[in-house]
Structure formats: C-alpha cells, structure tokens
Design a protein. Structure first.
Length: 265
C-alpha cells in the first residue's frame, strides 16, 4: 500500500509539472467589436508565463508603450493585413528589459516579435538580452544603445534605422536579411554582422559608421558607403539618379529619360 501511494504521488506530481510547463495562447484586442481575453497588451504580457504566445488583433487604436520582460512570442495582424478594414496591430514603443519580482529575475531572451507596426522604436534597455527574432514588422527604429547582446535575427521587415550607441557597440552575431530599409544601419563594430539581400531606399545608408560587417547581395538606392571600415562588400547593386537631357524640338523643353544603375563593389 505504501508503494502504491508513493507511486500515485509521483504520478500526480509529474502531471502537475507537465501542465505547469505547457505553453498557453493568449488573445488581446482593444477593439470592442472584436473582443479578446485582454484589452491591454501589457496586462497580457504581465499575465503570461515564459514560452507563451500572445495574438494581438488589429485595431484603430495603438496598444501604446510596452515592456517585454520574459520570453514570449508576440504575433500581430501584420503591417499590411489582408482583412476587411486593413486594421493593424500598432505599438508606440516596445522596450526589451529584465525584471525582478519576488527575488526572481526574468529576461525576454528568445522572444519573437512579428506582425506589428511600431511607430517609435523597439529599444533594448538591459544587457544580455539575446536570441531575439524580429520579423514581418514595420518599425521606425530598432535601437540597441550600448548594450551587450548577440544572436539577433531581423528579417522581412520595413524598418527605418537599426542602430547601436555612437561610441560603444557590444552587439554581435546579428543577421539582417530580406528587409526594406528606409534609413540606415549604423555603429555596429563586429565581424559577425551580416547584412544581406536587403533593399535600401534612401541615402545616408551607413553614415553613422559600420565596422567589420559583411554586406552582400543588397540593392542601394541613393545610398553611401562612407564611414564603412574594414568591411566586406560583395555582389551589391547601387542605383543613383542620373539625368540624361535631350532637347525636345516639338515641346522645347528638356525631359528626364532614365535612372542609370551601376554596379557597386
């Protein structure tokens, strides 16, 4: 009887541990026409357990400024959603930071953020927040300050600026592929920064400085590679506006004919 009781207790404890470790899916909507479990995304983040996934409905109203302090997957509606009213999941600022509660410190390392429109920035507030994936978002700025971090993947976004601190950069092992970049990438100082298969749509591409990075298979429109030191450029194309003017005898005015691409080494 004693053996049976002991085995039963072990089995119950095992089931409790399994259920406790099971990831949950939470839903958030601040649109009363499409309710979710939570109306506040910050409340959902605070309620969630490490490893959970939070689905965030599109809305006309922003979800505001948020602090992500545990490993979660946040999924929005996308920056160009295929729904009736084209409702987007909008954030102002998303801060990645550690938090201590009851003597227990949590860290958002390993989090995934996808499908949001971030009108201000995704900002890194503490060191050693690693293994972050940012994908399929529209973001004004990703700013890492002077924090130590590694193994980030920034992929398939429309993003303005991706920046470290102007004087000190401790970011390494960054993979930045397949984005449309409307501003610049600057201040990285590591040989493990890989910038590949992106489209840069504006000038001043690397004006803040970029050292040791590998830059391959990108398209640059009106960009400059000034302030890039000890970097590797391979198979990139640069397009600059060039004017070919021909006198039009009938209209008696000049006409802009074309943009002339050339290969940037």
């Amino acid at each position: 009887m004693k053996t049976f009781t002991t085995n039963l207790q072990v089995a119950i404890l095992f089931l409790l541990l399994v259920n406790q470790g099971k990831a949950e899916i939470l839903t958030v909507s601040n649109d009363s026409n499409s309710p979710g479990q939570f109306t506040s995304l910050q409340d959902a983040i605070n309620r969630a357990n490490t490893g959970d996934t939070i689905y965030v409905s599109g809305s006309l109203t922003t979800y505001g400024t948020l602090n992500l302090n545990k490993q979660l997957t946040l999924v929005g509606a996308g920056y160009n959603p295929n729904n009736q009213y084209n409702l987007k999941s909008q954030l102002h600022t998303l801060n990645l930071a550690t938090a201590t509660n009851g003597g227990i410190t949590t860290n958002p390392s390993g989090s995934k953020i996808m499908g949001f429109v971030v009108t201000s920035s995704i900002s890194l507030l503490n060191n050693l927040i690693n293994n972050i994936e940012i994908s399929r978002n529209q973001i004004n700025m990703i700013t890492l300050s002077n924090r130590s971090c590694w193994n980030w993947k920034i992929v398939n976004n429309i993003v303005g600026t991706i920046s470290c601190d102007v004087s000190t950069s401790n970011a390494s092992e960054f993979l930045i592929p397949n984005n449309i970049i409307t501003g610049s990438i600057k201040y990285f100082k590591s040989a493990t920064i890989f910038i590949t298969n992106n489209i840069f749509t504006q000038g001043f591409t690397f004006t803040g400085g970029l050292t040791y990075a590998t830059i391959t298979n990108n398209i640059f429109y009106r960009g400059t590679t000034a302030n890039c030191c000890y970097r590797t450029f391979q198979n990139n194309i640069s397009i600059v506006p060039a004017i070919l003017l021909i006198k039009a005898p009938t209209w008696r005015k000049t006409t802009l004919l074309m943009l002339i691409p050339y290969l940037n080494r």
